[in-house]
Design a protein around this ligand. Structure first.
Ligand SMILES: [Zn+2]
Length: 157
């Protein structure tokens, strides 16, 4: 039995929300689905669960999950970079240099399919039992916060 969760995180990880904004988010129309808000003590990662397909370079589209190194060797670059960025329960330094084209970016800004991302603030909806209009919710979140939001769907077993 798998369950669907719909998460929303600010596109900018460092977005700070006021208590008033948080209160307004809680009482949005969530179509009868349970909603809770997570504000961890550090940066955490919201994954797509079984919806994870791929992670690619945002500049040259190289596969970073199974990256082929210069000598043709297989490198699990993304997994290694995630481990390197992690310490004692939280992600500390998301800065990376892509192994394919040598550009500076962050783990948050890689090209994930389906969406994933890092957060200090997360709206968790689910398990979803009533269909949710993700675009409409994202617009309402923008109205409340003036911040861009990333919707993340996750299947959890
Ligand atoms: Zn690249």
């Amino acid at each position: 039995m798998s369950e669907l969760y719909q998460r929303f995180i600010p596109e900018d990880i460092d977005t700070i929300l006021t208590q008033d904004q948080i209160d307004r988010i809680k009482v949005l129309d969530w179509q009868g689905n349970p909603v809770d808000i997570m504000i961890p003590d550090g940066i955490r990662f919201a994954d797509a669960g079984a919806y994870f397909e791929s992670v690619n370079c945002p500049f040259c589209d190289s596969n970073l999950y199974k990256f082929t190194g210069p000598d043709g060797e297989l490198v699990h670059w993304w997994q290694q970079s995630m481990a390197d960025a992690y310490a004692e329960g939280f992600f500390v330094d998301l800065n990376v240099t892509t192994p394919c084209c040598g550009k500076r970016t962050t783990l948050h800004d890689l090209n994930y399919k389906l969406n994933q991302g890092f957060f200090r603030f997360l709206v968790n909806v689910g398990p979803v039992s009533h269909e949710l209009d993700v675009n409409a919710v994202s617009e309402k979140l923008y109205e409340i916060t003036q911040a861009k939001w990333r919707g993340i769907q996750a299947i959890k077993r």
